[in-house]
Ligand binder design. Structure first.
Ligand code: 44T
Length: 702
């Protein structure tokens, strides 16, 4: 559709969402990482010059490593790639660089390769970079074990000197770990408040990323963060320790790691602070002399793996210098895992230690920790509720909930006299709720707003949480907070189909409040927000409100080379002369999401300005597409590379929420210009903002 009509907004919008899904964003970072490309090229050259004649590139992606092997004059080069999109792309790249016919590309997983059907003989060199922040997350362990058994010549060995032997690039890796205090990770993985806007949280919440017992296989063993750009920074509580080493040229070593063996490490704490997580990174040794590091301190572009500590009380676990933290490192089902086993109070404890940790010896503490990790008790109070990191950060955001509480209360108290709470002789709950106010919360994911509303008046509050465990948790919270269970209902159970979520509460009733969810955690406006607001307005009785009543979108002009590195390959120079940019940049998307604007390296070239305002309560103001023009004055000269944007959600005339605030659970998005625009200080530019079907696009002209 795009090829036919490049301007078709719908096609464009769908393409961008699909492009993000088809081609992972790290391809841009990787291809722009000239240092990484140089290391791989040198290691491959060295191996070919040392006699490797047949090369297999596993997970070729764009084909760059295979082209390095061909450039080094390897006689036979084979490449396999699992993703169809990347395979097709690699074919185009190899042809454009005049190497088609010299590299045999296979759209296959390496585990399915057969000799001689797919590759004529066992190879002397396997190259691959199928690694993620936790090293093994892309299956490199299983991949190389399979390769040694089926695709590689015998490894070099002392007894028989034959030049036909197999080897792997990378030759090995060393994984390092560190104990860390980081409030930003804490607020995304642990509920650190006991009460929010008057609602007591007696329930245990944990994020899917947990090193505790596997509640179910949805759990990822770690999350990833670029620690050098975590808002609020972090503090190392220990030296970095060697968590694991792997030798990709030793099948025995690989199988022993894959068998899930655990190694227990004692980590010396040298800084005072709260233990929020362990982080890990690795040094990838391509060969003895060429290596790459994904460490937090190097200027590396890669993220680190984060292992949040769970099952700790809200006030966390305080450590002192001299304490020993015992950690188990293992690779069950080939995923790296770090588990906190126990804490041994070695140093003088100044009493500010983990309040719930007896400062006895290790074994006693071990039992204490073990009891925290036990399977949930039979009574439901102990079953932890799994929330994703955004939902946990939202729950921790007390000012967000306080703002809603005031705005909801303003509406409720404006609608009914305060005395309508009394049961004035109501004979049944049916009668009692006959004149109740109806509140609907259509937020995505877990939300306690309905409970907050139910505490504020004679309210029938409807929650649209879907997951069973979220409904159970809300019911427990209702009980714990002394709210009548009749005042909280689950809306989706009352609907025959999920699609028409927005309809009357009852045939003869209208809503007093409808809470919409306007902004996605990634920083984009949700799809069909305008349409939903239009329907919601018709379901309100007079004096009723929808929240937010208006959304103001703010933005500014910035120069950010870092952002460019993450979304466009900068020509052929970073890829050492190969033309890959032309092809991979077809999959670049103009809007970068999930940004932490507070820590993104950039220079502001203009002041923030209001780009667009969506009135959700005002009937006529919204057509589905809006265009707004702004004259923007630059405050500095430079290259405008992007226009980040964020929102002020106006709950009512007086209360608004800023989605770029440091306590916010939202990330920000940025519109990246097709090509950077050089500007002088004081210049006035014309910025056009288009809002169409919930998609924001911009053009910037002189
Ligand atoms: C310093 C490197 C670094 C450090 C930290 N974080 C990230 C990185 C960068 N590495 C990212 C690559 C990660 C993705 S893997 C690249 C491509 O290979 C494909 N594949 C994967 C396995 C596999 C197989 N057995 N057989 C065929 N194909 C296979 C995937 O379909 C993908 O397209």
């Amino acid at each position: 559709a795009l090829k036919l009509n490049p301007e078709n907004a719908d096609a464009k919008e769908n393409f961008y969402r699909i492009a993000n899904w088809l081609v992972e964003r790290w391809h841009f970072i990787m291809l722009n990482d000239k240092k990484r490309n140089l290391m791989y090229q040198r290691a491959i050259e060295k191996a070919v010059q040392a006699g490797c004649k047949t090369v297999l590139d596993i997970g070729t992606g764009t084909g760059i490593l295979s082209m390095f092997a061909k450039r080094a004059r390897a006689p036979h080069v084979y490449a396999c790639e699992f993703s169809r999109t990347m395979y097709d792309l690699a074919c185009e790249v190899v042809a454009a660089n005049h190497m088609q016919g010299e590299i045999k590309l296979l759209h296959m997983k390496s585990h399915d390769l057969q000799v001689p059907e797919h590759i004529p003989e066992k190879v002397s060199l396997v190259v691959t970079e199928t690694v993620d922040a936790g090293l093994f997350g892309e299956g490199i362990l299983e991949t190389i074990i399979h390769a040694w058994k089926n695709l590689l010549l015998e490894p070099k060995s002392k007894d028989f000197q034959s030049e036909r032997y197999g080897q792997v690039i990378p030759a090995g890796a060393v994984v390092f770990g560190m104990a860390v205090e980081c409030p930003e990770i804490r607020r995304h993985h642990r509920v650190i408040v006991n009460e929010v806007a008057g609602v007591k949280l007696g329930v245990q919440f944990i994020s899917p990323v947990h090193s505790g017992q596997k509640i179910d296989d949805v759990a990822e063993p770690y999350s990833t963060e670029k620690m050098s750009r975590v808002p609020g920074g972090y503090k190392s509580l220990s030296q970095s320790f060697q968590a694991l080493t792997v030798d990709f040229n030793s099948l025995k070593d690989l199988e022993s790691i894959a068998s899930g063996k655990t190694c227990r490490i004692q980590v010396q704490i040298h800084e005072q602070g709260q233990l929020d997580c362990f982080i890990t990174w690795f040094v990838l040794y391509l060969d003895e002399e060429h290596s790459l590091s994904t460490g937090p301190s190097e200027e590396t572009c890669w993220e680190q793996a984060v292992f949040p500590i769970h099952n700790l009380p809200a006030d966390g676990c305080f450590l002192n210098p001299g304490d020993i933290v015992v950690v188990d490192v293992s690779c069950p089902d080939c995923y790296l895992r770090l588990d906190l086993v126990s804490i041994y109070r070695g140093g003088k404890s100044d009493g500010a230690s983990c309040s719930n940790m007896p400062s006895g010896n290790e074994t006693q503490l071990c039992d204490a920790m073990a009891s925290l990790y036990t399977k949930p008790q039979e009574d439901t109070m102990q079953v932890p509720c799994i929330l994703n990191p955004n939902e946990i950060a939202m729950l921790n955001n007390t000012s967000y909930h306080e703002s809603f509480k005031v705005a909801i209360n303003n509406v409720i108290s404006s609608l009914v006299p305060s005395n309508n709470w009394t049961s004035n002789g109501a004979s049944s709950t049916e009668e009692y709720y006959s004149d109740a106010l109806y509140v609907l919360d259509v937020s995505e994911g877990f939300s306690i707003l309905p409970l907050i509303a139910a505490q504020l008046g004679k309210v029938k509050s409807y929650s649209s949480v879907e997951e069973e465990q979220h409904c159970v948790t809300l019911q427990k919270l209702t009980e714990k907070n002394g709210v009548a269970k009749e005042s909280l209902e689950f809306w989706l159970n009352q609907l025959d189909t999920d699609d028409d979520v927005l309809q009357r509460p009852k045939s003869d009733k209208l809503w007093s409040i409808i809470i919409l969810d306007v902004v996605e955690p990634c920083g984009l406006i949700r799809q069909e927000v305008i349409e939903k607001a239009a329907i919601a307005r018709c379901l309100l009785h007079s004096g009723g409100r929808i929240f937010p009543q208006a959304v103001a979108i703010y933005g500014m002009l910035i120069e950010s080379p870092t952002l460019l590195q993450e979304c466009v390959v900068q020509g052929a120079e970073p890829t050492l002369g190969f033309n890959i940019a032309t092809f991979i940049n077809q999959f670049k998307v103009p809007v970068q999401m999930f940004l932490n604007l507070s820590t993104l390296p950039y220079v502001s070239l203009s002041d923030p300005l209001e780009l667009l305002r969506l009135e959700l309560m005002d009937l006529c103001s919204n057509s589905l597409s809006l265009v707004k023009e702004h004259k923007v004055k630059t405050c500095k000269s430079g290259q405008v590379t992007a226009i980040p944007f964020w929102y002020h959600l106006h709950l009512d005339e007086h209360i608004s929420l800023d989605t770029s605030h440091e306590t916010s659970h939202w990330k920000q998005a940025a519109f990246v210009l097709e090509s950077p625009l050089h500007v002088d200080q004081g210049e006035e530019l014309l910025l056009q903002v288009h809002f169409q079907n919930s998609n924001i696009s911009m053009t910037l002209k002189r």
